[in-house]
Ligand binder design. Sequence first.
Ligand code: NAD
Ligand code: WQD
Length: 338
Amino acid sequence: MPAILLTGGAGYIASHTAICLLEAGFEVLALDNFSNSQPQALERVAQICGRSIPFVQADIRDEAALEHVFNTHQISAVVHFAGLKAVGESTEKPLEYYDNNVAGTVTLCRVMARHGVKQLVFSSSATVYGDAQKMPICEDAPRSATNPYGQSKLMLEYILADLQASDPQWRIAVLRYFNPVGAHPSGLIGENPNGIPNNLMPFISQVAVGKRAKLSVFGDDYATPDGTGVRDYIHVMDLADGHVKALQYLQQQAGLVAVNLGTGQGYSVLQMVKAFSEINQVAVPYQIVARRPGDIGTCYADARLALQLFGWKAERDLADMVRDAWRWQQQNPDGYCS
Ligand code: NAD
Ligand code: WQD
């Protein structure tokens, strides 16, 4: 049976997606250069699924290596997660971001086309909506970017649309993730940030476990109910299921679709802190500090298109998100090195 190639396969979202794909009866092949992940993640996926996960260590920018992968494996579709994702770092190292994300994806698509593999699910981001004026955010909202990371996703959305328009055999699902959080309920896999976490949930988890003294809440003067930033947090297992549904959709439908994967529900930073500490019965000390440059006040999805096209909606609630994030953190205080 041909496999689904997961680029960035050892990463946070891909490792969870691998489980859902295997459970849905797909074969998977993971490819990663391990620049932001470890092979242990795939060993843990194997432990959860009771079978080994084939993987290749390669860089998506290495065309010869990709050629070899496509020559030696039967691949029916690609779910393309590989990329760099740290907003702050992208402003310091824009060329690395454009090279990895944009050039890497162009190389990948070129090899796919050569091998007649024209089904692609692409990891985009709600960041392509910039500072959206209207909530909830629909897929046809104006797009913009304020940093090289966002710019790379936006460029790729245009590149993929041009590619599909040039050759209607391509079937592409551009998935715009909102804020993925949580972990597999086993506590065996989860988000494993290098150094100081950029994102809220891993930071809260590290404060709760005692690795960091307190959370800095970036601003309490936004136009939100409690003044702190509001986001659409989505459980990573729901997000993973969304990829299975998107692939199943592409098996039936040609063309390109861009679809939000969010819950449609926004929570503020303080609501997240409260939920985490109350549900997990653990203290999360915090202090209010200045706004983080580049942050927006509110961002949540109109999640109706995913339901309409894919028959998918998020099933897990905030309690599931904070419980599963905490289980992963407690069982693996130092990530996969624990
Ligand atoms: P992650 O860093 O855990 O996973 C990305 C994986 O890609 C890592 O395992 C990394 O080693 C690998 N990788 C990076 N560059 C590579 C290259 N050139 N060749 C091969 N492998 C490479 O990140 P994630 O959170 O799982 O994100 C997956 C995708 O989803 C990314 O494209 C990201 O931009 C996008 N996304 C993430 C979020 C989020 O908040 N986590 C939100 C929206 C979109
Ligand atoms: C969430 C809220 C912060 C950390 C980023 C990327 C976006 C996407 C998801 C990839 C905000 C507040 C955070 C902290 C805080 N990634 N916060 N203290 O900024 O919505 O999105 O990740 O595509 O592109 O920009 O997520 O988790 O960083 O922040 O108060 O230590 O938590 O201000 O309101 P964000 P986040």
